[in-house]
Every structure is written in structure tokens, then in C-alpha cells.
Design a protein around this ligand. Structure first.
Ligand code: COA
Length: 338
């Protein structure tokens, strides 16, 4: 017998406010044609007001996931929260879930792996399960990114890409026989990082490496927004996503045609199409929703999972591969029997 991390439920919550490419073209020099052609994005969701935070979206998704699993918050013995847009510089958002959901005084931790938040999160959860430190776990991935975007022509290269949203999973330790390949749960995870990419996709201010932490000049010179060298990130993303998928398939003896669904991070539809064709997968076996949400960073893959379940595309017993790449650089994936 071995311990497997089985996903019991997945849910998502996105703000109701839709922001179309046309809406953005009214406040900056961009166009629906440019955004659609370069990224595949048609619209994204932004929080309705500055009073809505990452913890608010995360809590909504978390409550839905608990309800779907039929769990009470008191059942939980670990909270993992993945985000790059926490409510506060510190403490993390994980502890806010502990308090807001009314959990026992269980451990709560935050993961800072940006667009790889979900894949790092699942790998972390699996480690807690296999080392018998947790049995019922809540993994929340949420982002409120719209307030830090530079929504002017100066920031248009980044501003058109990102959106707000949240997803959450409940995961349970299950005892399974070792020989049955159809056993549900996380089969394997693969993670990587390369800190030499830290400068090409980042938001450095405010920060302890910045003189004075943050200054009026930083605000005036718009250094308080995210920065990306899109072409460098694009090339690295394609390479690492393919490497992740092939590594997980090779070391688990899985052929591309055996995968029921691949859920890639949603940064750019062109990236996902390149990865799909390189892996030789038909379009219906790669899930995309970037058209409606843009890049919601850590929340992306759980939102995809939740929609795929709702649409009947992702069913119990399916062999699923997640793959993600993000700032850091960080990347990775999970092979899951759903
Ligand atoms: N609207 C209109 N024009 C824009 C624009 C916008 N929103 N943003 C940039 N442009 C302009 C640029 O100024 C540039 O103009 P120039 O040729 O006159 O200099 C031109 O469009 C091309 O810009 P470029 O950056 O070369 O476009 P691109 O084809 O590389 O696409 C990205 C840009 C960001 C869509 C693409 O590089 C990308 O997706 N990168 C990876 C993102 C990613 O993987 N992120 C993962 C982790 S979050």
C-alpha cells in the first residue's frame, strides 16, 4: 500500500467585471486585432473595486471547493496558498484562509512560484501527503493583478495579458494498492527553476533590493509595475513546457496518445499551440480558456480544471497532465489520474 494525493474537488471564482480588448483600446494605444493575433485573448476579468483583494477571491473559490467535496473547514489539516499578488507584504494569504474559513489552528503556507503556482502547490501537497503530515488539504490559487498593471500605452505590452481570478482544490490522502495503474491521484510531479530569468519577468518595486524600499521617483517613473521581455520569456516557456511534458511522460512510461487531457498554463495561445504540435496532440486534448480570462497566473490551471470538469471534458479516471512556466523562471507539471 502507498499513499496517493487524490483531488476530491475543484472550483473557481472570477470577478463579474469583464474587460474586453475593445475596452482596453479606449484607454491605451492597442487593438483587438493586435491582442487576439499575438495572444489569443479576447477578454479578461478585473475586480470590481479596489476593495476586493486576493484573499476575497481565494475565499470564494475555497468555499465552493469545500462545498463540492462535502467537507467542513474543520476537516482541513493544511492550507497551501499560491499567489504573486498577496494582500499584504506579510503575512501571507494562507493564514487569512485559516481565519476566514474558520479552520482549526492548522499550518498555512504561501507559495511564490508565479504562473507555476499550481504545479508547485500540487507537488508540495503531495510531499505532505506522502510524508504523512497531512490528510485533508486545501490548495488555493488566487490573483488580483489588475491594480498593479500600468493601464496606459506605456504599459500596454503587459497590461493586455493579465486578469484576476481564483481556483481551489481539495486534496485527500488515500491508501492505494501499488500495482493498479488506474488508481486515482497525483502520479508524479516535475519542477524546475532558473534564477537567471529573474530580471526578464519581474516586479521589483517595492522591495528590499530597491533603495528606500519605494520612493516617489519609483512611482513617478512607473517602476511599480510588472516588467517583461516578452520574446525571451516566450522562447524559454516553449522549451521548458515541452521538457516538462516529455520528462513526465518518459519517466512514467506514458505516450502522448494515452493522455486524456493536457492543461497548460495560459500565457499565450501561440505558446500552447507550439507545445501541442510538438507533442503531437490533437486540439481537443489540450484545454485552453485564455480567450476569456487572459493570464490569471497561479489561478490559471485550477480555473481550467474547474471549467473542464463543469463541461464534462475532465472526468474521474482521466489521465491528466498539467504544465506551467512563469516568472523566476519557474516551471513544472503534474501527471494526475483524475
Ligand atoms: N498593443 C499594440 N501594440 C503593442 C502592444 C499592445 N498591447 N504591446 C506591444 N506592442 C507593440 C510593440 O511596441 C512592438 O512595436 P514595434 O515593433 O514598433 O517596436 C510590437 O507591438 C511587437 O511587440 P513584441 O513585444 O515584439 O510582440 P511579440 O510578438 O513578442 O508579442 C507578447 C508580445 C508579450 C504577446 C509575447 O512576447 C509573449 O506572449 N511572451 C511570453 C509571455 C509569457 O509566456 N508569459 C509567461 C509567464 S507570465
Amino acid at each position: 500500500m502507498e499513499l496517493r494525493s487524490v483531488i476530491r474537488s475543484v472550483a473557481h471564482y472570477v470577478p463579474e467585471r469583464r474587460v474586453s480588448n475593445e475596452d482596453l483600446s479606449k484607454i491605451m494605444d492597442t487593438s483587438d486585432a493586435w491582442i487576439t493575433e499575438r495572444t489569443g485573448i479576447k477578454e479578461r476579468r478585473f475586480v470590481e473595486s479596489s476593495e476586493v483583494s486576493t484573499a476575497d477571491l481565494g475565499e470564494r473559490a475555497a468555499r465552493l471547493a469545500l462545498e463540492k467535496a462535502g467537507w467542513s473547514s474543520e476537516d482541513l489539516d493544511l492550507i497551501v496558498f499560491a499567489t504573486l499578488s498577496p494582500d499584504y507584504y506579510f503575512p501571507g494569504v494562507g493564514v487569512m484562509m485559516q481565519q476566514r474559513l474558520g479552520c482549526r489552528p492548522i499550518p498555512a503556507l504561501d507559495i511564490r512560484a508565479q504562473c507555476s503556482g499550481l504545479v508547485y502547490g500540487l507537488s508540495c501537497v503531495d510531499g505532505y501527503v506522502k510524508s504523512r503530515q497531512a490528510q485533508k488539504i486545501l490548495l488555493v490559487c488566487a490573483e488580483v493583478q489588475s491594480p498593479v498593471l500600468d493601464l496606459t500605452t506605456r504599459g500596454r505590452d503587459m497590461a493586455v495579458l493579465f486578469g484576476d481570478g481564483a481556483g481551489a482544490l481539495t486534496i485527500e490522502a488515500a491508501r492505494v494498492g501499488t500495482s493498479d495503474p488506474t488508481q486515482r491521484g497525483i502520479i508524479d510531479s516535475f519542477l524546475g527553476s532558473d534564477g537567471s530569468g529573474a530580471d526578464v519577468l519581474c516586479m521589483k518595486t517595492p522591495g528590499t533590493a530597491v533603495p528606500g524600499f519605494i520612493s516617489q521617483d519609483d512611482i513617478a517613473q512607473a517602476r511599480v509595475h510588472p516588467y517583461m521581455d516578452g520574446k525571451v520569456v516566450f522562447k524559454n516557456a516553449v522549451t521548458r513546457l515541452i521538457e516538462t511534458a516529455t520528462t513526465l511522460m518518459t519517466r512514467n512510461g506514458v505516450k502522448p496518445e494515452q493522455l486524456d487531457l493536457v492543461i497548460p498554463h495560459q500565457a499565450n495561445l501561440r505558446i500552447n499551440e507550439m507545445v501541442r504540435t510538438q507533442l503531437g496532440l490533437p486540439p481537443e486534448r489540450v484545454f485552453n480558456n485564455i480567450q476569456r480570462y487572459g493570464n490569471t497566473t497561479a489561478a490559471t490551471i485550477p480555473i481550467c480544471m474547474s471549467e473542464a470538469v463543469e463541461q464534462g471534458i475532465l472526468r474521474e479516471g482521466a489521465l491528466v497532465l498539467t504544465i506551467a512556466f512563469g516568472a523566476g523562471f519557474t516551471w513544472g507539471g503534474n501527471l494526475i489520474r483524475w
